[in-house]
Design a protein around this ligand. Structure first.
Ligand code: EPZ
Length: 424
């Protein structure tokens, strides 16, 4: 098993190019099942979740040609299987998008219950509610979800909770349905808009993505013959913005959409950092200890839960006592025990944590408990005094492209080391 060995402290300085969004890519790839044709997708992040999605699509009959590390051509004219391989689907969360896509394309889907980061309970009742509203019969048994329908018919779907996955799945299942579907209380994240833009480029008729009411007028067929570029990753960009602040550095992030980062920019101003927006880049710098702050995670456009651990590193170093309330996931403070091993003073209880700011962190062996926790601990290792050994980095590889090269190009001292038996 690989580990990262990080020697700090480093003030991160320089330029970094943000990759395509993981959470858009892992939805757009299954969405290609709705197309009866060939299309190209570029700005795909070169991460293990994308490779896993491609492997699953190939097993369902898609033909994929890698043009570069970040661009594929995908031919979905001959989808010959509606059973997604259970060993692969159970490895990551976004495999649930295969249900909406297969249901839309083939009227039948059998998919293993999704895996992914352990953040507490991750129910899919709203996904099922949407499929059933469109006419499908859904069963969950023996670790898999089976959905079948004779004809998908457009309807009104009210989401009881704002859910990224359920909103996208409802879109996927209704694009080829008969008539109009309305999704009320929809999620508004940039990747929802990106999936809708992708499908519209291929001939779908989806309106209102990015607002809380989305209307989908069913179409008969989606065509290919188009190239689509995945939106820049809001969360990767936010990770580097917070890395600039935590390390008291100065980073220019290229290939990002500053508007998607407003909620992070606002917090960085509040804690004393500087942010300059350009058209498709953003510069973040910090030259002092951060001020304390109160942060509450919320659905977009609120502060993203996927940046909560990285913000936790910043606040563990703040001048004074800060507070984070996690309102999306029930168990997203597992990283705080690891940060405390590095000298942080964090008390986490339930969905809240109190950060008593310390002046500095010290390197230690730590374990990534999930993807964003891994990114946070990497930042902590960069700013800490001495050596940090970061284990379980397969979590990080699921969602960040070339992470150590990107940090290294900003001055960090990071090595990837293969260590066969590392485990926590
Ligand atoms: C997506 O997960 C992201 N994953 C997560 O990112 C992200 O943390 C989350 O959205 C929130 O922004 C992908 O896009 C692949 P939700 P998702 O459905 O879709 C509850 C990362 O690090 N809920 O928006 O699974 C749920 O329990 C990952 O990249 C239900 O109750 O999240 C949670 O409390 C981690 N019933 C809330 O809604 C449902 O049917 C939001 O979950 C669905 C969700």
């Amino acid at each position: 098993m690989d580990k990262l060995v990080i020697s700090g402290p480093t003030k991160l300085k320089g330029e970094v190019t943000i990759s395509g969004a993981k959470n858009a890519a892992v939805a757009i790839l299954p969405a290609t099942l709705l197309i009866d044709g060939v299309c190209k997708i570029d700005n795909l992040p070169n991460i293990s979740d994308v490779k896993m999605s491609c492997k699953i699509l190939e097993q369902l009959g898609a033909k994929i040609t890698w043009i570069t590390d970040n661009e594929i051509e995908i031919d979905t004219r001959e989808i010959n299987c509606t059973q997604a391989p259970l060993d692969l689907t159970s490895k990551f969360r976004a495999s649930y998008y295969l249900i909406g896509s297969l249901l839309g394309r083939c009227r039948s889907a059998e998919v293993g219950l999704p895996g992914g980061c352990n953040l507490g309970a991750r129910p899919i009742d709203q996904h099922i509610k949407a499929f059933e509203a469109l006419g499908a019969k859904v069963e969950v048994a023996q670790g898999k979800i089976t959905a079948k329908v004779k004809k998908l018919v457009g309807t009104s779907i009210y989401m009881d909770i704002v859910s990224v996955g359920a909103t996208i799945n409802a879109i996927l299942a209704s694009v080829l349905a008969e008539g109009t579907t309305t999704i009320d209380n929809a999620a508004k994240e940039p990747h929802i808009v990106d999936v809708a833009n992708f499908l519209n480029t291929m001939g779908a008729d989806i309106r209102g993505a990015g607002t809380d009411v989305i209307k989908i007028n069913g179409v008969k067929k989606l065509h290919g013959n188009t190239t689509y570029s995945v939106v820049p990753d809001q969360i990767e960009a936010g990770t580097f913005m917070l890395a600039a602040v935590a390390s008291r550095g100065d980073i220019l992030l290229k290939n990002c959409i500053p508007e998607h980062l407003d909620c992070i920019t606002a917090k960085i101003f509040e804690i004393g950092g500087t942010v300059e927006d350009y058209r498709d880049s953003i510069r973040v710098s910090m030259n002092k200890r951060p001020n304390k702050a109160v942060v509450k995670t919320l659905p977009y456009p609120g502060f993203p839960t996927d940046l909560q651990p990285q913000m936790g590193v910043v606040l563990s170093l703040a001048d004074g006592t800060s507070m984070i309330h996690e309102s999306i996931w029930e168990s997203r403070f597992q990283y705080t025990a690891e940060l405390n091993k590095m000298g942080a003073k964090i008390t986490a209880q339930g969905k809240s944590a109190v950060f008593e700011g310390v002046k500095s962190l010290t390197g230690a062996p730590v374990y990534a408990t999930d993807l964003r926790a891994g990114a946070a601990l990497l930042i902590a290792g960069v700013v800490a005094n001495g050596e940090t050994q970061l284990y379980n980095i397969e979590h990080i590889d699921r969602g960040y492209e070339n992470i150590e090269e990107k940090f290294r190009s900003l001055g960090a001292n990071i090595q990837r080391v293969v260590e066969p038996n590392a485990n926590n």
